[in-house]
Design a protein around this ligand. Structure first.
Ligand code: CA
Length: 227
């Protein structure tokens, strides 16, 4: 999951980034509205965390421009003002959720997870395919009863594939979803992650199929009919 945090408060931004990076999100940060608008217009994010009170153009303006480009990524607004009018204005401008500062980090994370689920049409924190199960809250994975050990990056790639089962995903799209701007990872690295994941997923009866020229498709070799 690729997240943009738009927040001018350095300390708060650093704290949010740390929490999200630990949870395996690829995180970028913008410190003002213009920068956020520029980043959002050239890149696709899975989630945007948007402070309302920003230097220059404010969060409402950033949100308005985002939606006017028909970008539908979920947006959570952060507001210091416990003001009903601000919340209403934010939601009416196309925000999907809001948090009033100060907030608890675990609530912040839980709300982001809920936004991801809603936007991916997956309404559970447990993602499954074949005998593979990923618990996105506990951040643990199992093949049947055996816990599966994954690196942070393998986790991010696998979670992305699981949230989009049945879709062919290009290398570039996967790369964009799991890396932030500061990371220089070549598309070939994705091939490496895929081959490592294939080995780990084999006992689960899960395959990552390469669709030549298009990308990857996660599929279960399970031929049982759904109950
Ligand atoms: Ca602010």
């Amino acid at each position: 999951m690729r997240v943009l945090i738009v927040e001018d408060d350095e300390l708060l931004a650093a704290g949010l980034m740390r929490v999200l990076e630990q949870s395996g999100y690829a995180v970028d940060r913008a410190g003002n509205g213009e920068q956020a608008d520029a980043m959002l217009s050239v890149d696709n994010y899975d989630l945007v965390v948007l402070d309302i009170g920003l230097p220059g153009i404010d969060g409402f303006a950033v949100l308005k421009r985002l939606r006017s480009r028909n970008q539908s990524c979920p947006v959570m607004i952060l507001t210091a003002r416990d003001d009903v009018a601000d919340k209403v204005r934010g939601l009416d401008s196309g925000a999907d959720d809001y948090l009033v500062k100060p907030f608890a980090l675990n609530e912040f994370e839980a709300r982001l997870r809920a936004l991801v689920r809603r936007s991916s049409l997956v309404n559970t924190s447990q993602l499954a395919c074949g005998d593979l199960m990923l618990d996105t809250v506990a951040r643990r994975a199992w093949v049947g009863d055996a816990e599966l050990s994954l690196t942070a990056r393998e986790w991010s790639v696998l979670e992305y594939l699981l949230l989009r089962q049945g879709q062919v995903l290009s290398k570039e799209k996967i790369l964009q979803a799991v890396c932030n701007w500061d990371e220089n990872i070549s598309p070939n690295a994705i091939e490496v992650y895929m081959s490592r994941l294939r080995v780990k997923l084999e006992p689960a009866g899960v395959n990552i199929r390469t669709i030549r020229g298009f990308g990857y498709l996660l599929e279960s070799g399970d031929v049982r009919q759904p109950a």
